[in-house]
Design a protein around this ligand. Structure first.
Ligand code: FRU
Length: 581
């Protein structure tokens, strides 16, 4: 009898312990379902760069978790990485993962798994060290930059389920020093009004919108079959948001389907929104962030119109003792085009922007890989702190050079107006916080033609500073290189007032078209050229003469550039390198 009972118990134990943690089903139409108890943080889906498209949802309590199905790529044969889907909000509950387009022979079938960690690598070779990158997935534009209570918040255009663009969601990261970031849960996910495109955030200290004093309010574009502006509010300092029930607050624009990227400030007693409409910027005013009225439009017949205008931003500066306003706007969607953000300097009377007569277009960054930046709301001391997207996308449309993520952000920069000797320009310098990330400093003495090791350069994360005084009109410059013969060549040509960045032998030549011709940047002619170059594995961000020029270009070496060499007849002084961490 006892033996009978024991064997019964044993059988029951076997039945429980052998029941697979994940129960799968697949129907003849390719609809796959995996049902499991959410006892780990994530469910991981096998994926690959060249897999096949699938629609994904989670079902909990018979309801879809995603208001809009998510596009994912499921692996066909090889598994390159695992898509992490966070199931921690449903801890202990039964969850069903649904995927379309699955076949029995696919790695998905029998392959999805529960895990407390995601498949990613902070040390993958080209992951930047002191620039923001998402742990997993794709990022483009920084969104909703705001500062509050000692914390710099950054939301960003994020695809949490792929290293390619899609499922636009606002990711979230915070930093206390503007350099080292902690990523948090995503805050805004696609809904029936659309994917969550770019926008801004404000701190509503006087409760004008009625969501509470100091509520953080996000103003963003909802994109699906057209574009409209929506808002969402946070009463916990920006960590979670509730979408406003009366969305959209600005319906589709009859003038164009392209109507996006609202940037909002409090100006002259009302909220003012700059938003792009095809190739102009419209300004709207509002007392409460919910009701908006058109103030004016700017852009017809001025500046560059080579493509759609995106991500406008309007900022006030002081120049020569007077108030001046700068409107900057990203243009064009070709990440290989240098000069992606144009700006206008002029006046804003609370309603209308008027541009001073200057030789437009003027460009904020003269490299090819800076795009869709914006400035911080509420930065201390009225500073204009600006961050942009590092657009490495051209290099990654089929096979990214990075494995678990695509994108990243520029260093934080501080913007101001300065003179180039002829007229005011918008100057970008590294935000002072950047220098706090400096590690060991080394003074270098370089001789033309000698290839010198950069101390700590083997880690691929450093700043190198050099000041050249040209002798006559002869070209001069410097080269960063590795022992594999890969190099980036920076050549100043004082006679033409330009700097050439030649990436044609920079490495990973899967991208010959993008790097075939040098990037040409216009540099104001000065007696000397002070270069501050920030190299971080896959990016070269160069600042010249304290804001005369900034040039951001991605590079893809097979080993980090750890040598420097100067050439030409210019005299050289103040050569320093700093490890960056
Ligand atoms: C700029 C942009 C924005 C848009 C977002 C979509 O890179 O095209 O205009 O809101 O990206 O991801």
């Amino acid at each position: 009898m006892t033996r009978y009972l024991l064997s019964l118990l044993f059988c029951a134990f076997l039945a429980v312990s052998c029941r697979p943690a994940i129960q799968e089903s697949l129907d003849a139409e390719g609809n796959y379902a995996a049902t499991f108890k959410a006892n780990k943080h994530y469910i991981l889906i096998p994926s690959s760069y060249t897999g096949k498209p699938s629609k994904m949802n989670l079902v909990v309590d018979a309801a879809n978790v995603f208001e809009f199905v998510q596009d994912v790529t499921v692996a066909k044969d090889t598994v390159d990485y695992w898509i992490p889907v966070d199931v921690s909000p449903y801890a202990g509950q039964e969850v069903t993962l649904r995927l379309t387009g699955v076949e029995e022979s696919d790695p998905v079938y029998g392959g999805v798994k529960l895990s407390d960690t995601i498949d990613m690598d902070y040390d993958e070779p080209l992951r930047m060290v002191y620039h923001f990158t998402p742990a997993f997935g794709w990022n483009n534009d920084p969104n909703g930059l705001f500062y509050k209570d000692g914390v710099w918040h950054m939301y960003f255009q994020h695809n949490p389920y792929s290293v390619f663009w899609g499922n636009m969601t606002w990711g979230h990261a915070t930093s206390e020093d503007l350099i080292h970031w902690t990523q948090h849960d995503n805050v805004l996910k696609p809904d029936p009004l659309g994917a969550i495109f770019s926008g801004s955030a404000v701190v509503d200290k006087d409760n004008t919108a009625g969501f509470g004093e100091d509520a953080v309010i996000a103003i963003y574009t909802s994109d699906r079959n057209g574009e409209r502006q929506s808002i969402a509010y946070s009463t916990d300092g920006g960590y979670t948001f509730t979408k406003y029930g009366g969305n959209p607050v600005l319906p589709d624009n009859p003038a164009s389907r392209d109507f996006r990227d609202p940037k909002v400030y409090w100006i002259g007693g009302q909220w003012v929104m700059a938003v792009s409409v095809r190739q102009v910027v419209e300004f709207y005013g509002s007392p409460d962030l919910r009701n908006w009225h058109l103030l004016s439009s700017f852009g017809e017949g001025i500046g560059s119109h080579r493509s759609v205008w995106e991500c406008p931003d309007l900022r006030k500066f002081e120049y020569g003792g007077k108030e001046k306003w700068v409107l900057f706007v990203t243009i064009g969607q070709d990440p290989n085009h240098a000069n992606n953000t144009q700006y206008f300097i002029g006046d804003f009377d609370g309603k209308r922007f008027t541009a001073d007569p200057l030789p437009y277009p003027l460009w904020l960054d003269q490299g090819v890989n800076q795009y869709a930046g914006q400035s911080y709301f509420n930065a201390p001391d009225d500073r204009t702190v600006f961050i942009a997207w590092l657009t490495s996308s051209a290099f990654s449309s089929t096979m990214p050079a990075t494995k678990y993520f695509t994108g990243g952000m520029t260093l934080p920069r501080e913007l101001s107006l300065k003179s180039n000797g002829r007229h005011p320009i918008l100057a970008s310098v590294p935000a002072p916080e950047v220098f706090a990330a400096r590690g060991k400093a080394s003074s270098l003495s370089l001789k033309a033609g000698d290839r010198t090791v950069i101390p700590g350069g083997a880690m691929g994360a450093y700043e190198i500073d050099l000041t050249f005084t040209p002798s006559g009109q002869d070209p001069f410059g410097f080269i960063l290189s590795n022992d594999a013969g890969e190099r980036v060549v920076y050549t100043f040509r004082p006679s033409e007032g330009v700097l050439l960045t030649d990436r044609s032998q920079s490495g990973l030549q899967a991208f010959p078209k993008e790097v075939a011709s040098p990037v040409v940047s216009v540099i104001p002619v000065r007696d000397y050229y002070k270069v501050q170059l920030f190299y971080d594995r896959m990016v070269s961000e160069m600042f010249v003469n304290d804001g005369d020029a900034v040039i951001t270009n991605c590079v893809y070496p097979s080993a980090y550039y750890d040598h420097v060499e100067v050439f030409g007849g210019a005299a050289l002084r103040d050569v320093m390198s700093y490890e960056m961490k």
